[in-house]
Each structure stands twice: as structure tokens, then as C-alpha cells.
Write a protein that binds this ligand. Structure first.
Ligand SMILES: N[C@@H](CCC(=O)N[C@@H](CS)C(=O)NCC(=O)O)C(=O)O
Length: 224
């Protein structure tokens, strides 16, 4: 088995769904963790990453990145898909793979609104948060629950886990951190989160020293 290294900020962020795939698959990996440093004027220094960014051998230098032996890739979705293929959770046939990919893209759309709110100008944060919590999240969660219910669980595509389950598990966890009661109206998604947490690999990861409990967002965000 080739050596795996994940590079990302020392936060959950886009690194977390990748870590969950690695953990679920029982893959051994190391992490290059980068941390923002606070400057005297209160702004944030990205030097720990920027000083090495262009010397990592990446075609499109960014965080997260994954080294898999000689192969070096960036882009979260490419990394997730590559690892999902490796451990056999990318979908059993072309139509299941298409649905899994659709869910991944949907998760990205939902995540991007959350990220926009997390890193917006502080003056806009409270109003954007109100919009996200009271309108955006309920609407998106309702849509996701309707899809989930069609397949009758315990996973998004029915009986077998595919990588979007790990991606959405992470995302729902972030939403609950933001708005604790947000899953109350979507009981099947709430039960899904509990089910994911009960998987032995995930439960063990959450108890391990590797697990990053906080921050969810980078130190420059409106909330952590
Ligand atoms: N499209 C990229 C976006 C990656 C991205 O925005 N990374 C942020 C952290 S979440 C970053 O700080 N990248 C380092 C950089 O821009 O140099 C992906 O999905 O991986």
C-alpha cells in the first residue's frame, strides 16, 4: 500500500470529509497540518502554508492536497473520489456512481453558502446567519430528506454506504454546531447522523487523538 499524506489546515473545513473517508476505509495516513498565525495588527498570517505552497510538487497548489505514493493531487472532490474508489465506496454501477456524484455536487452547493456566511464581513454575519438558519438550511435539509427517504436508508443510496454519506455526515455535524435544532424537522437525517456516529471506524476516530473536534472553520472566520 502506498504512503498517504493529507495536507490541510489544522481545522475541520474541507479536510474533514477526506479524513472521514480515510478513517472509514481503515487507510493509514499522515497529515501535514498548517496553522494560521495571528499578526500584531490582528490580521492572519498564512505563511506556514504560503512558504511551502509552490514547492510541494502540486500541479494546482491548494489545500487540501493528497500524496498517494508518487501521485500528488489537490481539489477536495478529486481527493474524495480517488479515495472512495480505492476503498470501494464510489458506487456499484454507473447509475449509482452518477447519483453519488450528484450528491457530492449538491453537498458542495450547500456547503458554499455555509462557507460564504462563515467568512463574510463581520458586519454582515448576523443577518446572513439568520437567513441561513431560518430559510436556507430548512429548505436544503427538507430537499435532502426527501431524497434520503426515497431510498429508505440507512444511507443516502439505500443499504450500502457510499462516499456522499461521509460528506453529508460531516456537513450535518457542522450545521448542528451552527444551529443545534436544525435536524429536528428532518428525523431521517437525524437518525442518519446517529447511525454514522455508531459505525465502529467513525466512533473510534472520534475518540482518537487524531480527531479535530474544533475549530470547524479557520481562525479568520466569524465563528469557529
Ligand atoms: N476548489 C478547492 C478550494 C480549496 C480552498 O479554497 N482551500 C482553502 C481552504 S478551504 C485554502 O486556504 N487554500 C489554500 C490556498 O488558496 O493557497 C477545493 O475544493 O479543494
Amino acid at each position: 500500500m502506498s504512503k498517504l499524506t493529507l495536507g490541510y489546515w489544522s481545522i475541520r473545513g474541507l479536510g474533514q470529509p477526506i479524513r472521514l473517508v480515510l478513517e472509514y476505509g481503515g487507510l493509514e495516513y499522515t497529515e501535514d497540518l498548517y496553522t494560521l498565525q495571528k499578526k500584531e495588527d490582528g490580521s492572519w498570517d498564512r505563511g506556514m502554508w504560503m512558504d511551502v505552497k509552490y514547492s510541494k510538487g502540486l500541479d494546482f497548489p491548494n489545500l487540501p492536497y493528497l500524496y498517494d505514493g508518487e501521485m500528488k493531487i489537490s481539489q477536495t472532490n478529486a481527493i474524495i473520489l480517488h479515495l472512495a474508489e480505492k476503498i470501494g465506496i464510489a458506487g456499484k454501477d454507473p447509475s449509482e456512481r452518477a447519483l453519488a456524484h450528484m450528491l457530492l455536487c449538491q453537498s458542495q452547493d450547500v456547503r458554499s453558502k455555509y462557507v460564504q456566511m462563515s467568512y463574510c464581513r463581520p458586519a454582515n454575519f448576523e443577518s446572513l446567519k439568520t437567513e441561513v438558519v431560518s430559510q436556507f438550511l430548512p429548505a436544503k435539509l427538507k430537499e435532502l430528506a426527501a431524497f434520503f427517504d426515497k431510498y429508505e436508508g440507512p444511507y443516502f443510496l439505500g443499504k450500502a454506504l457510499t462516499y456522499p454519506d461521509l460528506v453529508f455526515y460531516d456537513l450535518f455535524d457542522q450545521f448542528v454546531n451552527l444551529s443545534p435544532g436544525c435536524l429536528d424537522e428532518v428525523p431521517s437525517l437525524k437518525a442518519f447522523v446517529h447511525h454514522m456516529e455508531s459505525l465502529p471506524a467513525i466512533a473510534a476516530y472520534k475518540k482518537s487523538e487524531k480527531f479535530i473536534d474544533h475549530p470547524y472553520n479557520n481562525l479568520s472566520a466569524n465563528f469557529l
